[in-house]
Design a protein around this ligand. Structure first.
Ligand code: SF4
Length: 179
């Protein structure tokens, strides 16, 4: 995705600011999505099955998706920045998935939210002495791209088919503003 894409603006800094950058501490739990990406995808799925009359607020969606409000608010802001979600204030307001959000592939969303950082601590402090010419570093980057590419074929619509759809719909909530 280029800089002009509705889902551009990579922001690893945001992930660090949220405290959600990587799970499992310095030795991790294997390769897994950041909590921020997972929260964002939960939100996209919930909004994808919303009816026009649903008033989905950030607070209500956070509660029903078992996510702290502050984390959900950051996900809403990021997805809005990417052009995937819109927020409407006031009576009849709430969160909506945009047309771009409905058309986006899961791979595009995940690639954008996860960013292009290393899967290992190549640039940690202290940095790895092999980092300038490490074949493992390249292999890991290629593996990550293959992971993203496999998700390119998955649409938001496909994510919200049965049986997931029924669960998402059962989470229906009513709120009074976009907050
Ligand atoms: S060995 Fe290679 S992949 Fe591992 S930290 Fe060092 S540079 Fe990165």
């Amino acid at each position: 995705m280029g800089p002009s894409s509705p889902i551009s603006a990579p922001n690893g800094r945001l992930r660090r600011e949220t405290g959600l950058y990587r799970d499992g501490g310095p030795y991790g739990k294997g390769m897994r999505l950041t909590a921020f990406t997972d929260v964002s995808l939960r939100l996209v799925m919930r909004l994808a099955v919303a009816e026009d009359e649903d008033l989905l607020t950030t607070r209500a969606v956070a509660r029903t998706l078992a996510v702290p409000y502050t984390h959900m608010a950051k996900a809403v802001a990021r997805l809005a920045d990417m052009g995937l979600v819109e927020t409407r204030r006031g009576r009849g307001g709430g969160l909506r998935l945009t047309g771009a959000g409905r058309r986006a592939s899961v791979g595009a969303i995940v690639r954008e939210l996860e960013g292009g950082g290393d899967l290992a601590g190549c640039e940690d402090d202290p940095p790895c002495p092999l980092r300038e010419s490490c074949r493992l570093r390249r292999a890991l980057r290629d593996a990550r791209e293959a992971f993203f590419a496999s998700l390119d074929a998955v649409s938001v619509e496909a994510l919200t088919a049965a049986p997931t759809r029924g669960i998402l719909v059962s989470l229906g909530v009513v709120g009074h503003s976009a907050e």
